[in-house]
Design a protein around this ligand. Structure first.
Ligand code: GLC
Length: 817
C-alpha cells in the first residue's frame, strides 16, 4: 500500500504513528492547514431561508424566448439556432461559462414566448416546446406534444442575513435588470420527472454505468483512492450532463454549474397496462452557483451533435494515437524502456507509443528528467521514433514548493500559484512532496504553464498525459484536494475553490493544448487528462484512471468509456489489465481484446503491480493478444475515420447499442456490448471462463466477422467467444475502411440484405498528424441480382479495392427475442 492508499483508507493517522513517514506527516499537516484555511476563509453557515419562485406575475417576450416573472424569481428561456434551449433562473445568463465553446449560440428568433391557456407561458420551437407553469414548473415536450421532462419549481436556501440585508427588489428576485445580486451563495435543489420507461446515461466517467441506476451521483471530481471498483463514486471526471432515453424521445440536460453537487436518480416503473406508471425522478442539488441549464431534444446522434456545437467538437488525435500504447509507472530507466520496445519489435507486435510516468522525473518534479536513469532522453526519443514509437509524458499540475526548483522559481516570480483567503500560497502534499498549484483559471497562468511544454518537446515527447488534476493533494483527513476557501482568478471574476475545483483539470487541459499549439503549430496536439469537465473534448481525451484489477474492473472500464462518450468526451480507454496487482492471463487477455476496440488502446499499471507486456502471460495469451493487435492495425483507417467524424459531429467512436434504435427497450438495458461506429458491434467477454456469450442485436442483419454467419436483429444470438477472440459483428450493407496488404485503404463491404434499402459507410482519409483538410467520402451499397454494388455518393470512382464479405443467413441463425 502506498502513501496515497493509506490516506484514502483512513489508515494514515495510524500509520504515521507507526512509521512516522515524512509523507505521512506532511499529509497530516496539509490536512490541518486545509481545515484552518477553511475555518478562516469560508463564509460561516448561519440560518437559511428557503425560497420558491411563487406565482407568475408576467413575462417579457424577447427574441428566441423571453423572461417569465414570478413573485420571488424569474426564468429566462432562450432557444438557440442549434436547437439547444437555455433556462436560467434568478436572472442567470448563459455566460460566463467554462463549458460553452464560443459563448451563447445565436438566438433562434423564430421562437416566441406566448401565454398558454392555463395561466402559464410557453415557447414553441422547431425541435422542442417549453411550457412554464404558473408556479414555475418547466415542461419540455417534443414538437408532437409528448412530455419528455418536467422540472418542478426549484427551491433555494439562502443565508438569512444576506436576504435581510438586500434591497426589496433584490429580495423579489427580479431587480430592474432581472439579475439577482452576485455572491448570494444560495444552495438550490430541483426535482424533475421523466417518463416511466426512461433510462439515464452520462454524468461523466462513472464506474457503475453506462445505464445509471437508482442512486446518488456526486458532482465533485475526486481521485478515488488507489484503485476504484464498480460503484465507487465519484471519480475524476464528472460532468453535470445527463442523456435521457425514452420511448417518447431522447433529451440531454446540462446544468452549467461547476459547484459541488449531486444528481440523485430514480428510474420509473411502468404499471403494466394498469395506467399507473410511476415516472422516473431526478433530484439535482447544488451547493451554490447559478441555476441554469440547457436542454437538447432529438435523436441520440442529433443531440450529441448539438452538444458538440455548444461545448466544442472533440479534438482529433494525431493518427499515431489510434495505435497501441504501452505505459507503466516504474519503467525505471532507459534500458528497461529499450527492452520493452525491443520485446514488441522482436515479436512483430505493433507499438505506437510508450508513456513515461512520474518515475522518469527527478524526484517526481514536473518538467524535469532524472538524468542518471535517463541520461539522454532526446536521444532515446529519436531512437524510438526511428522505430515508429513515440514518447508520451505524464504531466502533473503540482509543483514542488522549493526555492531552486526552476518551475517553482519562475511561477513564484510570476505569482501563478493558488493562494488562500489570507493571501498565502496554498501548500499541499503530492508526489514531489510539499507542493503548490498553478491557478489555471487565470489566462496569464495558462500562458505561463503552456510555455513550459517547450521543455517536454525538447526532451522529444510527442504528447502529454495530464494526471492528478482533480486536483489531488493528499490529506490525512477531510478529503484529498485543495481547501474550499482557496482563491481562484476565474477569468478575472474572482472566486474560490468551491467553484473552481471541477474546472481545474479542464483549464489545465486548455493551458496544455494552447501551449502545444503555439509551440508546435504544425501538429495536432496529443493530450489526455484524468480530470475534466464539460468541454474537455476541445483539448483532448481521457482515460479510466486507476481501475482495480479484477473482472468487475474490466466491466467498469467499458462503462466509463461509454459514459464519457455520451458526456461529450469520445477518446478514452482503460488501463488494460487493471492498474493494480496482477491479472490472471485470462483476465489480461479479455481486457486486451476489449481495449483493441476502444479509442485509447493502452496497457498501464502501478509501480507495485505486475507486468503488462503481452508476452508475460504465456505463449497462448501472446498469440491471441498479437491477433488483437493486428486487427487493431487493420482497423486503423476505420478508427481514423471515426476520429474525424467525432471531430465533426460529436458522435462518439464507441456508442451504446441503442444509438440508432433508442426505442428498443431491451437495448437500452444492454451494458455488455457496444457499437464501434455505425458498422461494428463489439461483444467483449466480461466474465471469467466464458467461451460463449449472448449478444443483443439491434434491428437488421449482422454478420459474425470471423465465422461469416448472419444473424437477424432485433433479438438475441448466442455466439462463440473462444479465448482467441471476442465476438465482433458487422452490420449488413456497411462499409469498413481497413488497411490493405499493400498499406493502402481497402473497403470491406458486408453484403447488404436483398430487397432492402442497402447500406453504406464513410471514409475520411487522414493524411498525417497535422491540420490538412480531410474529405468525407460516402459510399452506398446495394444487392442487385445477387451482386454487391458499391458506389461513391458523389458519383466519382470508388478509388479503393473492395472486398465483399458475408453471406445469406443459414437456418437457425436468426436472432431470438
Ligand atoms: C495516478 C495515475 C496513474 C499513475 C500514477 C503515478 O495514480 O492515475 O496512472 O501511474 O498516478 O503517476
Amino acid at each position: 500500500m502506498d502513501a496515497r492508499d493509506l490516506v484514502r483508507s483512513g489508515k494514515l493517522v495510524r500509520s504515521v504513528k507507526a512509521v512516522g513517514t515524512a509523507r505521512g506527516l506532511r499529509s497530516l499537516r496539509a490536512a490541518w492547514q486545509r481545515r484552518r484555511s477553511d475555518a478562516v476563509g469560508l463564509p460561516r453557515r448561519g440560518p437559511e431561508l428557503a425560497r420558491v419562485p411563487g406565482v407568475v406575475t408576467g413575462a417579457d417576450p424577447q427574441p428566441g424566448g423571453g423572461v417569465v416573472r414570478f413573485a420571488r424569481s424569474s426564468l429566462r428561456v432562450r432557444v438557440t439556432t442549434g436547437g439547444a434551449v437555455f433556462c436560467g433562473w434568478d436572472g442567470a445568463a448563459p455566460e460566463p461559462s467554462y463549458a460553452l465553446v464560443r459563448g451563447c449560440p445565436e438566438v433562434d428568433d423564430r421562437a416566441v414566448l406566448e401565454p398558454d391557456t392555463v395561466g402559464g407561458w410557453r415557447v414553441v420551437s422547431e425541435r422542442v416546446t417549453v411550457a412554464v407553469s404558473r408556479l414555475g414548473a418547466v415542461e419540455v415536450r417534443t414538437p408532437g406534444g409528448v412530455m419528455l421532462r418536467r422540472d418542478l419549481p426549484p427551491r433555494w436556501w439562502e443565508p438569512a442575513a444576506a436576504v435581510a440585508g438586500s434591497a426589496p427588489e433584490e429580495r423579489d428576485g427580479h431587480g430592474p435588470d432581472g439579475e439577482r445580486p452576485a455572491g448570494v451563495g444560495a444552495r438550490w435543489q430541483q426535482r424533475s420527472e421523466v417518463a416511466a420507461d426512461a433510462r439515464f446515461f452520462g454524468l461523466g466517467g462513472r464506474s457503475s454505468g453506462p445505464r445509471l441506476r437508482d442512486g446518488r451521483y456526486r458532482l465533485w471530481n475526486t481521485d478515488p483512492g488507489g484503485a476504484f471498483r464498480p460503484g465507487d463514486d465519484p471519480l475524476s471526471l464528472t460532468v453535470p450532463v445527463q442523456l435521457v432515453v425514452a420511448d417518447a424521445g431522447t433529451h440531454l440536460v446540462f446544468h452549467d454549474n461547476s459547484w459541488d453537487g449531486s444528481v440523485t436518480l430514480r428510474e420509473g416503473e411502468e404499471g403494466e397496462g394498469s395506467g399507473h406508471d410511476r415516472p422516473g425522478g431526478c433530484w439535482t442539488r447544488m451547493e451554490g452557483g447559478p441555476l441554469r441549464y440547457w436542454v437538447i431534444v432529438g435523436t441520440p446522434a442529433r443531440v450529441m451533435h448539438s452538444w458538440a456545437s455548444l461545448t466544442g467538437t472533440p479534438a482529433v488525435p494525431p493518427a499515431w494515437a489510434l495505435g497501441h500504447h504501452h505505459a507503466r509507472w516504474g519503467f525505471g530507466n532507459a534500458d528497461e524502456v529499450r527492452r520493452v520496445v525491443a520485446g514488441y519489435r522482436e515479436r512483430g507486435l505493433p507499438l505506437s507509443a510508450l508513456h513515461l510516468d512520474i518515475d522518469h522525473y527527478a524526484g517526481n518534479r514536473v518538467f524535469t528528467v532524472d538524468t542518471e536513469r535517463f541520461p539522454d532522453l532526446p536521444g532515446l526519443a529519436t531512437e524510438l521514433r526511428g522505430e515508429g514509437v513515440r514518447l508520451v509524458s505524464i504531466v502533473d499540475p503540482a509543483v514542488k514548493a522549493e526555492p531552486g526548483d526552476a518551475v517553482y522559481d519562475s511561477g513564484s516570480a510570476a505569482d501563478v500559484f493558488v493562494r488562500d483567503a489570507l493571501g498565502l500560497e496554498v501548500r499541499g502534499e503530492v508526489w514531489p512532496g510539499e507542493s503548490v498549484f498553478p491557478d489555471f483559471t487565470d489566462p496569464r497562468v495558462r500562458k505561463w504553464w503552456g510555455a513550459l511544454y517547450a521543455e517536454r518537446l525538447a526532451q522529444g515527447f510527442s504528447g502529454v498525459w495530464h494526471d492528478m488534476n482533480e486536483p489531488v493533494s493528499f490529506g490525512a483527513f477531510g478529503g484529498t484536494t485543495l481547501p474550499r476557501s482557496a482563491r481562484h482568478t476565474l477569468e478575472g471574476r474572482g472566486g474560490d475553490h468551491r467553484e473552481a475545483h471541477n474546472v481545474y483539470g479542464l483549464t489545465m487541459a486548455r493551458a496544455g493544448y494552447e501551449g502545444l499549439r503555439e509551440l508546435r503549430p504544425e501538429e495536432r496536439p496529443f493530450l489526455f487528462s484524468r480530470s475534466g469537465w464539460a468541454g474537455l473534448q476541445r483539448y483532448g481525451g481521457s482515460w479510466s484512471g486507476d481501475v482495480a484489477t479484477g473482472w468487475p474492473g474490466l466491466r467498469a472500464s467499458l462503462a466509463l468509456v461509454l459514459g464519457l462518450g455520451l458526456s461529450g468526451v469520445p477518446y478514452s480507454g482503460p488501463d488494460i489489465g487493471g492498474f493494480t496487482g496482477s491479472p490472471s492471463p485470462e483476465l489480461y487477455l479479455r481486457w486486451f481484446q476489449l481495449g483493441a476496440y476502444l479509442p485509447l488502446f493502452r496497457t498501464h499499471s502501478a509501480l507495485s503491480a505486475g507486468r503488462r507486456e503481452p508476452w508475460e502471460f504465456g505463449p497462448r495469451v501472446l498469440r491471441f493478444a498479437a491477433a488483437a493487435l493486428r486487427e487493431r492495425q487493420r482497423l486503423h483507417p476505420y478508427f481514423l475515420t471515426l476520429a474525424q467524424l467525432a471531430g465533426r459531429t460529436g458522435a462518439p467512436y464507441v456508442r451504446p447499442v441503442w444509438w440508432r434504435t433508442p426505442k428498443d427497450r431491451a437495448l437500452r438495458d444492454c451494458e455488455d456490448a457496444f457499437l464501434l461506429g455505425d458498422a461494428l458491434l463489439v461483444a467483449p467477454v466480461l466474465e471469467e471462463g466464458a467461451e460463449q456469450r449472448t449478444v443483443r442485436l439491434p434491428r437488421g442483419r449482422w454478420y459474425d466477422t470471423v465465422t461469416g454467419v448472419a444473424y437477424e436483429g432485433p433479438g438475441r444470438a448466442v455466439l462463440d467467444a473462444p479465448l482467441s477472440r471476442i465476438p465482433v459483428l458487422a452490420r449488413a450493407g456497411s462499409v469498413v475502411p481497413v488497411a490493405g496488404a499493400d498499406g493502402g485503404v481497402e473497403l470491406e463491404v458486408w453484403t447488404p440484405c436483398p430487397g432492402r434499402k442497402g447500406g453504406g459507410g464513410v471514409l475520411v482519409e487522414d493524411r498525417g498528424d497535422g491540420w490538412e483538410k480531410t474529405e468525407v467520402v460516402r459510399f452506398s451499397t446495394r444487392l442487385r441480382a445477387g451482386e454487391v454494388r458499391v458506389e461513391r455518393e458523389d458519383g466519382a470512382e470508388v478509388g479503393h479495392p473492395v472486398r465483399v464479405r458475408g453471406h445469406a443467413p443459414r437456418n437457425g441463425s436468426r436472432g431470438r427475442r
